[in-house]
Design a protein around this ligand. Structure first.
Ligand code: PLP
Length: 376
């Protein structure tokens, strides 16, 4: 199996980047499909349609009610001096499963039927208010499997938000004191289950694996179908949260495969710095492209990661994020979460107001969920 070439290019694209956001390119050439081997030195024999068809046939467990809504936000657009159809909301928060959110698309692949053969328990990890752990627990409940969540830190009592939902969905909680203890503890729990005659599947943090990222390759195709009947001449700027980066990587690979040269993906960090986004996204794109047996070179102007909206840190409110939350609520009746989507929306508003997103271009805020933490 070969990633024959891999390069990151931090050089700016055609537009000058803002001070703390830059573009990068991932080039990856892979020559082994999990379904068919090809000569290591030849071009893989795939067309775009072959790749998309292969993705559609890939085993997965359906959790998401597709397509998730793509809503116009005309009142928000008016406050930004934009045309009504130029500000869109892609509502993965409304996936119809476990109170919504982006992790369900990744879990469809991570918890596919072949991977669940003989499995008795799903193990994952996260913080006390993890959205990912909530959806993993909901998925395990639907599949009739035991679920153990390794949680770093104690939630406040009484349990609210995701901490409440983890327990409502029937997950068992193993508490550790630090993030570093999560992975070894998940392995310990898996070994215990094995020793008891069961079989565990371990889902890494955020389900951000190459396999999980395929969920967002499909999502890129999904939104492309949704906007195919809306004529639009300019560039489309998608603002999406990038933390463990599976969402960002999947979309980047998807739009690369779709040759969507008119799309820009602004990856807004709630915690990590830009170089971490670049490194992790590149790793996931390489891995996911490898699974699909294809070769890609992401366009230099596709991905624009930014850490400029983190504020005081992960999970801490910022004035810009609070303003975005109030504005979305009062113009569109849409609820943002304070940790991820509020900061992503803050970036979107700033880029629209400052003119970095030119008038006439289209904007999508990809709403990745987090409802339970919006109301605690
Ligand atoms: C609501 C929400 N949005 C966005 C993200 C970030 O997604 P990713 O980890 O794929 O970068 C998360 C991750 O936990 C999340 O819970």
């Amino acid at each position: 199996m070969g990633i024959e070439n891999s390069a990151l290019d931090g050089s700016p694209g055609e537009d000058p980047p803002p001070s703390r956001a830059h573009r990068f390119t991932v080039s990856v050439r892979c020559s082994l499909n999990i379904k068919q081997s090809v000569n290591q030195h030849s071009r893989p024999p795939h067309t775009l349609n072959d790749i998309l068809a292969q993705l559609e046939e890939w085993p997965r467990t359906r959790f998401v009610r597709e397509p998730t809504p793509l809503l116009e936000a005309p009142n928000l657009a008016a406050t930004l001096g934009r045309a009504p159809a130029d500000i869109l909301l892609k509502m993965d928060a409304e996936s119809g499963f476990g109170l919504g959110g982006n992790k369900a698309r990744k879990l469809e692949f991570e918890l596919s039927p072949p991977r669940l053969e003989d499995v008795t328990c799903v193990i994952t990890c996260g913080g006390p208010q993890s959205n990912h752990s909530r959806l993993t627990a909901a998925a395990a409940a639907r599949l009739g499997l035991r679920c153990v969540i390794v949680v770093n830190g104690e939630p406040a009592t009484p349990h609210t938000g995701n901490a409440y939902l983890h327990r409502l969905f029937g997950a068992e909680i193993r508490t550790v004191q630090s993030r570093e203890e999560r992975d070894p503890t998940m392995e310990e729990v898996a070994a215990e289950i094995d020793a008891d005659g069961g079989k565990a599947i371990v889902i890494p943090l955020g389900a951000s694996t190459p396999l999980g990222s395929l969920g967002y390759v499909r999502a890129a195709a999904e939104i492309s179908r949704q906007w195919s009947d809306r004529t639009h001449a300019g560039t489309t700027w998608i603002f999406v949260s990038a933390s463990s980066c599976g969402t960002y990587a999947g979309l980047a690979l998807g739009f690369t495969l779709l040759e969507a040269s008119d799309v820009r993906l602004v990856g807004v960090s709630p915690d990590v710095n830009e170089s971490e986004i670049i490194e992790e996204t590149a790793r996931l794109i390489r891995g996911a492209a490898d699974l699909l047996g294809t070769e890609v070179s992401t366009p230099p102007n596709l991905m624009i990661p930014t850490e400029a909206y983190v504020g005081q840190g992960y999970g801490l409110r910022s004035p810009e994020a609070d303003e975005a939350t109030t504005l979305l609520a009062r113009t569109e009746g849409v609820v943002l979460d304070p940790v991820y989507t509020a900061k992503t929306a803050a970036a979107m508003l700033d880029w629209c107001r400052s003119g970095r997103v030119p008038h006439g271009d289209r904007v999508v805020l990809w709403h990745t969920g987090g409802y339970p933490t919006a109301v605690i």
